[in-house]
Design a protein around this ligand. Sequence first.
Ligand code: AMP
Length: 284
Amino acid sequence: MIVAKTIREVREHVAQWKREGYTVGLVPTMGYLHEGHASLVDRARKTCGKVVASDFVNPTQFGPNEDLEAYPRDFSRDCALLEEHGCDLVFYPSVEEMYAPNAATYVEILSEMPKQLCGKTRPIHFRGVCTVVSKLFNIVQPDYAFFGQKDAQQLAIIRRIARDLSYGIEIIGCPIVREADGLAKSSRNTYLSPAERQAALVLSKAVFLGQEMVEKGIRDAKELLAAMTAVITAEPQARIDYVSAVDGETMQPVEEVRDGVLVAMAVYIGKTRLIDNFIVGGVR
Ligand code: AMP
């Protein structure tokens, strides 16, 4: 596997692959990789001739009081996992390589979309995500890019910028990978103490309950969200940021739970903010 730390190296390798007729897939990550990330690499491996992953903790998507400094990092372990899953190149830039000191250009969706759900408590988050993903799209120029349903709002937003800015990149959404007991895999799970790790199960419990209720035919969002909320509030270490049912494309709240509706939550377990969700009718 090639380790590229500069934009120039990435461009040279990808240009060569394109001359040789390969399709290129991109898997953007912030590192500290787990089986969720690996599932995206596996999917890219099946779809594309060459697979590029990026491993970059993007400072512009963290708010001033968020966990940028504390965010876990282990590049040599990441490389081992990527290589095992058949990644061809990992892009591992420094902050200076990605952002000039006076960088002042951002990509931002001017609609309600990035203001809903996670955008309410993380007002600059999606601007940072859109900017770094746009930069990665420009650097790698992939044919396909792979994102997890775990970050459902992010996936919807990336689909929108790919369309609005005519990137010509096919965006592939991949299902949430969970621990055996249900907890969605996340690099941030590492922050949890053993007791918090146990308490964190309320997120997936609420998701599973919500899915069961929808399967039984419940369509009233209020009723669904009330039952899911009750599961979470029963856990004293859990503090709800939001539990919402929204249109899977616009992120606007809905009253009726139909196919394509995103039922999503963010919950603090101690100081750690975790997210989970399901899409009615499955990932599309
Ligand atoms: P991150 O490193 O957390 O920014 O995530 C990089 C990519 O991996 C994003 O597209 C995430 O949605 C995806 N991802 C993270 N956790 C999971 C998971 N448990 N299952 C599937 N995809 C995931």
